[in-house]
Design a protein around this ligand. Structure first.
Ligand code: UGA
Length: 436
């Protein structure tokens, strides 16, 4: 098989497919990425990926190339794992990379094969690509397109790929279904649910899942706003809600909101696609989900400003965490960096600390001070904002940190630190949705 696109999704998929015994060729247009992967160096931080990558390379079952022609000759199954970012100036998904894979692969395909998309795409993409592929493949070659969405979470990507909650296959033929069942045979043998359906449904499962998760987060963040107005506690509220097994506690963590390369752009692309389909009103609530989410960033900035006495200009503040979530170096649409940049625009001198994301954060926001040394980040600061809940922040000794800052004032934007301990060490602690 081939795995085309070796970003967060593709690199993990390629290594895991080799791990379960397939002969995998990973493909990327980025020469630097391919070079790093060939040397067993993941081009991004993902726990466990380095080990599995090195093992797969050593087994001889995993190779990398930049050539789509070589890929066409290698694969019986071609997995498309390229990005589908938000289009500039629109809410819709930008499908140019997916299209480029099909265009580059098709003319070289020597025999019938399966092209299985894993990227998150608007419903209807499989049908569109089927027609595109049919126009471009050599006479006599029949390539089928299927959609097999991926549900992995960054930070748990290897685990989620090897032991997924479910597999979804959107196929138009029994042969395609059998091919995908063969690919995932070890998972099926381990009892992973396998849902075989049509491509439209498979494409929709993915966007519906991410929309539901985003809605759950914005729901609890909306409750946090009400808690602030009413003097109630959103964490206790979420705990109590979560005991109802129909609701569940997961994805009810209130705070600065969701970011990353998936949830924000997926809900926007979904609303854009629904409008094209004439069912915009059916998912109009996702605009609210997006608005509530953005508001948590603004509310965090406003809280910081209040704690600084109404004016951030010239004030020194520290943001703990740059990545959109812990255990990742991904800073795409990071709430932490959005808040840091907003405080900088208000004139604050902002230092950003992150254990793994400093290089990416610096590239995205060169106007901020970045460091991977916690004490340097906090020295003489007047306000600490905890905005990405890395495990190491829970290990911090609040008394020790109180000794290096100018003012021991903390905003816990993830509701993940032990507030009682911080208060006992002399800190003023504030959080969205919590009574002070
Ligand atoms: C998300 C989905 O969870 C995956 O299932 C999906 O495969 C992936 O998108 C994708 O489409 O590729 P991911 O973006 O890695 O995965 O991150 P999540 O764990 O979903 O977190 C997203 C954001 O929500 C983070 O910024 C996180 O801090 C925030 N979040 C999460 C909350 O603010 N509260 C919560 O309770 C949970």
């Amino acid at each position: 098989m081939t795995v085309i696109g070796t970003g967060y999704l593709g690199a993990v998929h390629a290594a895991c497919m080799a791990e379960i015994g397939h002969d995998v060729l990973g493909v990327d247009v980025d020469v630097e990425k391919v070079t790093a992967l060939r040397e067993g160096r993941p081009p991004f931080y993902e726990p466990g990926l380095d080990d599995i990558l090195i093992q797969a390379l050593a087994s001889g079952r995993l190779r990398f190339t930049t050539s789509l022609r070589e890929a066409a000759l290698h694969g019986e199954v071609h997995f498309i794992c390229v990005g589908t970012p938000q289009q500039a100036g629109s809410r819709a998904a930008d499908l140019r990379y997916v299209d480029a894979v099909v265009d580059g692969l098709a003319p070289h395909l020597p025999a019938s094969c399966l092209v299985a998309g894993k990227s998150t795409v608007p419903v209807g993409t499989t049908a569109r690509l089927t027609a595109r592929l049919a126009r471009l493949t050599p006479a006599g070659v029949r390539a089928e397109v299927a959609w097999n969405p991926e549900f992995l979470r960054e930070g748990f990507a290897v685990e989620d790929t090897l032991r997924p909650d479910r597999l979804v296959a959107g196929v138009t033929s029994r042969a395609a279904d059998e091919t995908l069942r063969r690919v995932y045979a070890p998972m099926l043998a381990a009892g992973v649910p396998y849902i075989s359906t049509d491509p439209n449904t498979a494409e929709l499962v993915k966007v519906a899942a991410n929309s539901f998760l985003a809605t759950k987060i914005s729901f609890v963040n909306a409750m946090a706003e009400v808690c602030d107005a009413a003097g109630a506690d959103v964490v206790t509220l979420a705990d109590a809600l979560g005991h109802d097994s129909r609701i569940g506690r997961r994805f009810l963590h209130a705070g600065v909101g969701f970011g990353g390369g998936c949830l924000p752009k997926d809900i926007r692309a979904f609303t854009a696609r629904a409008q094209e389909l004439g069912v915009g009103p059916a998912v109009a609530f996702l605009d609210q989900v997006d608005e509530i989410n953005k508001r948590q960033r603004d509310r965090t900035v406003a809280l910081a400003r209040r704690l600084l006495g109404g004016d951030a200009a010239g004030r020194r503040v520290t943001v703990l965490g740059a990545t959109f979530k812990p255990n990742s170096d991904d800073v795409r649409d990071s709430p932490a960096l959005a808040v840091a940049a907003a405080l900088h625009r208000l004139g604050a001198e902002v230092r950003v600390h992150d254990p793994e994301g400093t290089a990416n954060a610096r590239r995205a926001h060169p106007e901020l001070h970045h460091t991977s040394d916690l004490l340097t980040a906090c020295r003489h600061t007047e306000l600490v904002l905890h905005l990405t809940e890395w495990g190491e922040y829970r290990e911090v000794d609040p008394a020790k940190l109180a000794g290096v800052v100018r003012e021991p004032v903390l905003i816990d934007g993830r509701n993940a630190l032990a507030h009682d301990e911080w208060r006992a060490a002399g800190w003023t602690v504030k959080a969205l949705g919590r009574p002070s």
